[in-house]
Each structure stands twice: as C-alpha cells, then as structure tokens.
Design a protein around this ligand. Structure first.
Ligand SMILES: *Cc1c(COP(=O)(O)O)cnc(C)c1O
Length: 464
C-alpha cells in the first residue's frame, strides 16, 4: 500500500473515541488524557508511515498503544518504590519511612478540624508549636524548642534571628556542603550573617576562635561534618570547649548537628556522636537537626535550646515562611511520643528498627527471598546467591559505621547488569538496587516484609 493510501486510512480522534474501548476509557480516565493519548498515538503512526516504517493500519492495532499511554498519563507520578539499596535514610527515596500508626495520627488530625492554634483551656488563640514543645523538652532536656520545614530552614532562621549583620565564627574544617545546594558559606551569606572563618581545613584550635572574637561577634557556630571526615593530622574544637569560650565572652554557641541522634545507640554497639540530650547538657545554647534523618520522622528542622534565644527566633518574620503544617506536626507528635520509651522507639520507628535490626532477622529475610527467586528463576537465566555485606545509614549520619547485612547477589546470564537494573527500575513497583562487581545487589535490610512478594515478582519478570 502506498503512503497516501495508508495516511487516508488513519482513524480520526472521534472514531476512536466512539469505539467500545474509547467509551470505556472515558469512564475510567480523565477525558483530557484520553484525547491527548489518542492524538499522540495517531501522530506517531502518521510519522511512522511517512518514514516507511508502517505497512498497514487498523484501529484495533492502535488501541493497546493508546491504552498504555492513557494509563501512563493518568497514573501518579510520586509513587512507592522498593528500596533494596540497604541505605536506610536515602534522601532520593524519601528519607525516613513512617509507620501506619504515625499516619493514623496524621489522619485523625487532618481529616477534620483541630486545635492547631487554639488554646482549649483558655478558649483563645494558641501556638502551633505547643503541641510538641513539651515532648521535645522532655526528650532533649532543652528549655524550649521549635520545628520548621527542614534543617536547612532551621539553620537559616537561627542565623538570621541571632546574628544578622554580625560575625559568626566557624572552623574552616566545618564549611561543608551537604548536597542539594546546602553550603554553609552560602546559607550564611543569604541569612545576612557575616562568615568569619578560622583555622585551617585540617586543624582548628580553640585559640583560633578566641583570636577572632571582637565586638561584632554574634555567634560561635559548630557544623557537623555529616557525610565527610578529615582523617590523619586533624583537630576540631569540641562542643564543651566552645561552650566554655562562649560563656567567657558572653556569646551564644550554636551547633548544626545535621542528623541528630535522640537515642543513645551505644547499647547497640554504635557510637560515633553524642545525643542531642548530651549536647544540650554540655551547655550548647542552640542545636538544630533534621526530622527525617536518624530521628525517623517527617521532613522538618528541629531547633532546641535556651528559651530566651528560642523566643527571639520565634519572633523572626522568617518563621512564618518556614512554619510547618498540621500534617507534619501531627506526625512529629506521634514519632516523638515513641521516644519517651526507648524500647518502643526502637520497635515502632521504622528508621531505627531498620538500623538496629538483628543480623539473624536480615539473614532470614534474605533466605526467604532467595528461595522464592530460585523457585521462579532457572539457573541458566541468573546466578543467585546470598552473601554478607554492609549497609550505610545514609542521610549524612554515621558515615563511618558499617552495618553488617546480608544481600542477594544476582548475576544475569543473558542480560547486562545495567540493563537488568533499568528493568527493575521500570518494574511495578520500581525496585531500586545497587551494582557491585557485575552483580545486582539486593540489600534486604530496607525491604519490608510486605514488599517481598512484589519484589520477587518484579525481579522474576525482569529476568524473563
Ligand atoms: C542534612 C543536613 C542539613 C540539611 O538538613 P535538611 O533537613 O535536609 O534541610 C544541614 N546541616 C547538616 C550538617 C546536615 O547534615
């Protein structure tokens, strides 16, 4: 058939809309997407005819393509994925996972009206932060607290409220970039505070801070190095020493802790840094940390410290721009409630549970998944094994701690690992994995029990 003839046989949008499938689609999907999908597929066929790639045309043959397109257009863009990387606080995969119980509280508050900013005792306007202040003070030992949108906002608003137009002394070893464009010097500049850097990349002494103090000094700032470490010939000034210096000169001391650990992990063999409670106890005036890193809550930036300074921060006009909503607040209240009892926190907060998981539990899960994969996948399709490995906590937290884990290695026989990784990423649900030495690695530390079945399905289908 010649091109002209083929082109004249292309159906119109109307014809397809009036077909049985066409009317079904209009009941299920938004009409604008049905129209868009039909138009796009007709156009693609037209182009294919012009390129001599299509030798016949029929409505029937076009319907599956259109259906596929309209399904894709109408499906959610933000959707669950299976995290088989073993990185517990994975920023690209949404950081901390919230439990059903925590979400129950969000639902309870969000599906109706609430006393968000209403004081039920006095019958007058209340403050939204009241709902979590007592909990935060209880857990961290701080006099007062606030929660803003994220830790970046927390640092920003603190600097602006406490040191605008004044000098803030920071060690050159702590002028870090966290990723996602959070760089200490840039945050400082846009907050209106003046960065006064002291020391060198590898060594900063207490006298470096002391020599830099003058009548314009507004704050002594310590920043957690998060996901990097300087090793070898190094020195950083500890928070206690800095607090003593601040006291001597009557200058407040702030610590951007980044991840921030609320629970003592030493009993579990993990110790790299003091808890927020210990830092407050050392006399630090303001501490900021993330809500969705090690803490295991929703996105947020927590500010704890001395009441007088917290009040000053609360009054800053920026607070209105970075305030959290009731969904976040109710999730925080539920998460923080768990921290009142550490045994409970360890069980009920998914981030902590995944990090502190017993190695035998991980091994058992790996075995269960591997057994099912062996049942579905023939030996000549892929080689599947269980091996010992280590996982990372992620989120710039505890980078030097290696968490012992068990992973499933998959070596495909008729497919490159990169191709298999891509197929897994396009699975339903998508499965996100690591590649190591020409093997696909499934680290089951971060795979939930309810995800085992879909994981096995997606992996088996990807290898077909
Ligand atoms: C992660 C981190 C931040 C940014 O926190 P977000 O909650 O992601 O905004 C700031 N400072 C340090 C030291 C961090 O580790």
């Amino acid at each position: 058939m010649n091109k002209q003839k083929l082109l004249s046989l292309l159906p119109s949008v109307d014809e397809i809309l009036k077909s049985k499938k066409g009317s079904q689609w209009q009941e299920i999907y938004p009409r604008r997407y049905v129209l868009k999908a039909i138009r796009e597929i007709i156009e693609e066929k037209r182009q294919a005819i012009l390129r001599d790639e299509l030798k016949e045309i029929s409505i029937e043959a076009m319907l599956p393509d259109i259906e596929h397109r309209v399904e894709r257009l109408s499906s959610f863009s933000l959707k669950p994925v299976i995290n088989a990387t073993g990185v517990v606080v994975h920023t690209n995969l949404g950081r901390s996972v919230l439990s059903e119980e925590i979400l129950e509280n969000v639902k309870r508050v969000a599906c109706g009206y609430s006393n968000l900013e209403y004081d039920l005792e006095k019958g007058e306007r209340g403050k939204r932060y009241w709902h979590v202040q007592m909990l935060l003070n209880e857990i961290t030992g701080a006099e007062s607290s606030l929660i803003v949108n994220n830790n970046a906002a927390a640092v920003f608003v603190c600097l602006s409220a406490l040191a605008k137009g004044k000098e803030v002394i920071v060690s050159r070893g702590e002028l870090v970039e966290i990723g996602g464009s959070f760089r200490v010097p840039d945050v400082m500049a846009s907050s209106g505070a003046i960065l006064r850097e002291v020391g060198t990349t590898n060594k900063t002494h207490l006298y470096d801070y002391e020599n830099a103090i003058n009548e314009d000094t507004g704050l002594l700032l310590k920043v957690h190095q998060s996901n990097f470490r300087t090793i070898g010939f190094t020195k950083l000034v500890g928070i206690e020493e800095l607090v003593n210096l601040g006291r001597t000169y009557n200058i407040p001391v702030m610590f951007d802790l980044g991840s921030g650990c609320l629970m003592d992990l030493r009993p579990y063999g993990i110790y790299v840094e003091p808890t927020v409670h210990e830092i407050i106890k050392s006399g630090c005036d303001i501490v900021t940390f993330s809500g969705d890193k090690l803490l295991g809550g929703p996105q947020g930036g927590i500010i704890v410290g001395r009441s007088e300074l917290i009040e000053k921060i609360a009054k800053n006009p920026l607070m209105r721009a970075v305030r959290i909503d009731k969904l976040t607040l109710s999730a925080f209240e539920a998460v923080l409630m768990h921290y009142l009892d550490e045994e409970k926190a360890k069980k009920e907060i998914p981030t902590l549970r995944m990090l502190l998981q017993d190695i035998n539990e991980i091994r058992a899960r790996a075995k269960k998944i591997a057994t099912r994969l062996h049942r579905e996948i023939k030996d000549d399709v892929a080689k599947i094994e269980i091996v010992e490995d280590s996982s990372q906590s992620g989120g710039g937290a505890l980078p030097e701690v290696e968490f012992k884990t068990f992973v499933i290695t998959i070596k495909p026989e008729n497919l490159s690992v990169n191709h298999l990784q891509e197929r897994l990423r396009h699975g339903n649900p998508p499965v996100i994995v690591r590649i190591k030495e020409d093997n696909i690695i499934l680290d089951v530390r971060t795979v939930r029990d309810i995800e085992i079945k879909p994981l096995v399905k997606v992996v088996s289908e990807a290898l077909l």
